[in-house]
Design a protein around this ligand. Structure first.
Ligand SMILES: Cc1ncc(COP(=O)(O)O)c(C=O)c1O
Length: 463
């Protein structure tokens, strides 16, 4: 790894860049009114898990590029070189043809995903999810007389920003004002035990049974797929309760429903296993991957499926409509798989999955200590290096903390030079969870620096 220092020549005069940004950029997920008086954040350089903004201010990045993507950290020369070498030789050819890094990365990926065997390349998490939706629809059309077309999704889960993935989106604030949505998507209840919907002993079983209730209500012969995050990420960092996943798997088998796991956030080591679902013994039919696949060095996403699903699309070569008639132009870019191959080598050679598990203990331990000190922390949850601290006004009633105050904690940490996140425009009244997802290279000292900043911010904002 390079030394974690920035170069000296980058920050000489950023005023032109800032002016161009203010004049022309429409930032993601941002209300722009404040930018009339405050400069937008522009990130100029990154090394390890530190980033520098246009004013030269250094930040520890506990959000892996804002949206949990840069798993192996910034400034990786070997990934830059892998991309350079590949694109010089062959940068792009449409995905109806193969590519050298495409084939080699698929082989390496599949070796980590027993039971799965086929990789379909695209370039965003939303798009990868839509590939699975389309396959489920086509399987319904070809094998179930078009009847088994419904796709279930879970309240609080998020699967992307396109209209089809928003139709499978369980976050009301993300969806508000963008309807009407596509028909054929049906919501099932979330499984978050901290905010119980049922007063029962075995919460995991009860929450999974709620999915079966929806299937029975809709008619099992109309439900083709169930799309779930292994651990709900942006919807509140929700770890599944004991017994939940075994029962979900049973239900899918019972009603012949294809199980689609959205690993866009949890995939590629984020939870300390290659895939989040591997923590729970799940056997998925579809797995979608994006963010950490190439750690943001190139745009790439993958929809991974089984040979059984693949075979269904070649069983009648005489039918011109029998195969998957889908294309993703930039799924043919070779920079993505070239970067992904090197990204995976780094994850393995540097034992970043092992580091993630070690640092999970440190992060969860530190957050639990903060919980002892700050009554505003109502719950601490997470897996690997994706953890959350839910802030509440009252521990007894679990009334969520004022969202503006939660945002003030995030802002104060940023002022201290530590970037943390919070659940953002997800569910009304429930944007109250601080989120922590540093690059998987984080050290114990980095984790301590992150939680120290949170300690100071909580004291300032809530006392
Ligand atoms: C769980 C999950 N699925 C899908 C997506 C969509 O990915 P993308 O923004 O690459 O389309 C996201 C994005 O945050 C996500 O968190």
């Amino acid at each position: 790894m390079d030394a974690m220092t920035r170069s000296n020549d980058t920050f000489n005069d950023m005023s032109g860049v800032i002016a161009a940004d203010r004049a022309h950029i429409w930032h993601h997920l941002a209300q722009h009114k404040p930018f009339e008086t405050v400069d937008p954040r522009i990130i100029v350089e990154g090394k390890g898990l530190r980033v520098w903004d246009a004013k030269g201010k250094e930040h520890i990045d506990a959000v892996s590029g804002g949206v949990w993507t840069v798993n192996v950290g910034y400034g990786r020369e070997s990934i830059a070189k892998a991309i350079y070498d590949q694109v010089l030789k062959m940068n792009f050819f449409g995905g109806a043809a193969g590519s050298v890094p495409g084939a080699l990365f698929a082989e390496k990926l599949i070796a980590k995903m027993p039971g799965l065997s086929r990789v379909y390349y695209a370039n965003s998490g939303s798009e990868a999810n839509e590939k699975a939706f389309k396959m489920i629809r086509q399987i319904s059309a070809r094998h179930h007389g078009g009847k088994k077309y419904k796709i279930l999704y879970r309240n609080r889960d998020y699967h992307g920003s396109t209209l089809a993935t928003m139709s499978a989106g369980g976050q009301n604030e993300r969806n508000a004002q963008y309807g009407p949505f596509a028909p054929g998507f049906v919501e099932v209840p979330h499984c978050m035990e901290y905010r119980k919907q049922w007063d029962v002993e075995n919460y995991g079983l009860r929450a999974a049974d709620a999915i079966e209730e929806v299937i029975l209500r809709e008619g099992p012969d109309t439900v083709g797929g169930l799309c779930l995050e292994p651990m709900t990420a942006g919807g509140g960092v929700i770890t599944p309760p004991e017994g939940y996943w075994d029962r979900v798997q049973e239900i899918c088998q019972k009603y012949n429903i294809l199980l689609h796991i959205d690993e866009v956030v949890c995939g590629m080591g984020r939870t300390g296993t290659w895939m989040g679902y591997q923590n729970y013994g799940i056997k998925p039919d579809f797995v979608s991957l994006a963010k950490g696949v190439a750690s943001g060095y190139a745009a790439i996403s993958c929809m991974v499926t089984t040979e059984a699903v693949f075979d269904m699309f070649k069983d009648d070569p005489n039918d011109p409509l029998s195969y998957f008639r889908d294309i993703s132009t930039f799924g043919g870019c070779t920079a993505g798989p070239a970067a992904a191959l090197e990204n995976m080598r780094i994850l393995e050679d540097e034992d970043l999955l092992g580091n993630t598990l070690r640092m999970e203990k440190r992060l969860m331990g530190n957050l639990s200590n903060l919980m002892d000190k700050h009554r505003v922390i109502g719950d601490v949850r997470g897996k690997g290096l994706f953890c959350g601290a839910e802030l509440v006004a009252d521990r007894g009633t679990k009334e969520p903390a004022d969202e503006k105050k939660v945002a003030a904690v995030v802002a104060d940490c940023a002022a201290q030079g530590v970037l943390i996140g919070m659940t953002n425009r997800s569910l009304t009244g429930l944007n109250n969870t601080l989120t922590f997802a540093p690059p998987l290279i984080a050290t114990g000292d980095d984790i301590d620096a992150i939680t120290h900043a949170v300690d100071i911010a909580l004291t300032k904002v809530f006392s």
